[in-house]
Design a protein around this ligand. Sequence first.
Ligand SMILES: [Zn+2]
Ligand SMILES: [Zn+2]
Ligand SMILES: [Zn+2]
Ligand SMILES: [Zn+2]
Ligand SMILES: [Zn+2]
Ligand SMILES: [Zn+2]
Length: 365
Amino acid sequence: MESQRGSSSSTERAVDDCEDENSVTMLDVLQEENQLEEDANAVLGAADDKNCTYIQGYMRQALYACKTCCKEGIRAGICFACSLHCHEGHELIELYTKRQFKCDCGNSKFGEKCSLNPVKSESNPENKYNQNFDGVYCTCSRPYPDPEGLDNDEMLQCAICEDWYHTKHLGDSETRPEENSYDEIVCDACMKKASFLWSYASKFAVTKDSKKEETTQNDENVEVEDSSKKCTMPETPAKTEGCCFWVEGWRSALCTCEKCKMVYKENEVEFLLDPTDSVQAYEEAGKANNRESQYEKGMKALASLDHVQQVNVIEEYNNMKERLKEYLQKFADNKKVVRAEDIQEFFSEMEPNKRQKVEIPKYCR
Ligand SMILES: [Zn+2]
Ligand SMILES: [Zn+2]
Ligand SMILES: [Zn+2]
Ligand SMILES: [Zn+2]
Ligand SMILES: [Zn+2]
Ligand SMILES: [Zn+2]
């Protein structure tokens, strides 16, 4: 499952004058590998694999539901560390990340105490549980991946309820804008509930016909700071049904006057004003917290080399990608959760191969 991160890896060619189609530069390899590594780490964010997150209170984090511990109808979410220590070998559903959540492991929903933090209250009243905790997603309420193989196209996460939706189940193809032309989506049900958002949609929604234009941070925001009493919510609502596709930066256009703040509170969407709330911000934090990546190590190694411009490693590289897939598949087959250490282990095992290849550089001319 992927969030709508847009096209991420920018593989810039470092050595322009190398035209050989069949070869990749060392830089390409490092950048792509860095992407793989980052993708694997991003979901975990700054996840700690030894300590239960419970004591940190309500927070955005990677969550898991345990089918072994929770019988049908009981919805509960456990943190990454608990998935490893308290639920090893259990049937776990990976829930990606949810905001404002406290680990449920060992509370009244479970038969046993949490082995990492046995002292917890009976329940976490602020936790929100949707159908994802039963292992199903979207308006079609299907598992992902779908064992019947019906709907395995990309899914997007609603910025408000955090359920996931098949692109094709977000409005009809007549009105749905092109993929990657929008930054976030808010589903049909959430737009109905927080209907005031339709006023913003008149200005900040992407529609099928809207040109892909850069939305510059509007001057209105500056005005707000000057006279915080003046409301900047657009007056005329756009259409008022279906889901909504938003342009980048739409959240910062939301009015922060006292009246509007009340509206956010009533609709339980105050988090929209928090710049660190988005999944993107969470993932960035996760990436930033990582120890020196293979990419950085590689860049240092590259800087220390003098004239090596190109290394013919495409075959080796494809093997590596295959192997990473196989490696991760084993975890999926055994219903085991992949830890940051496992990823690290995989990449460190790859190192000798790389070194070997660097020894036989191939020059352009
Ligand atoms: Zn926990
Ligand atoms: Zn369990
Ligand atoms: Zn636990
Ligand atoms: Zn669907
Ligand atoms: Zn929603
Ligand atoms: Zn306002």
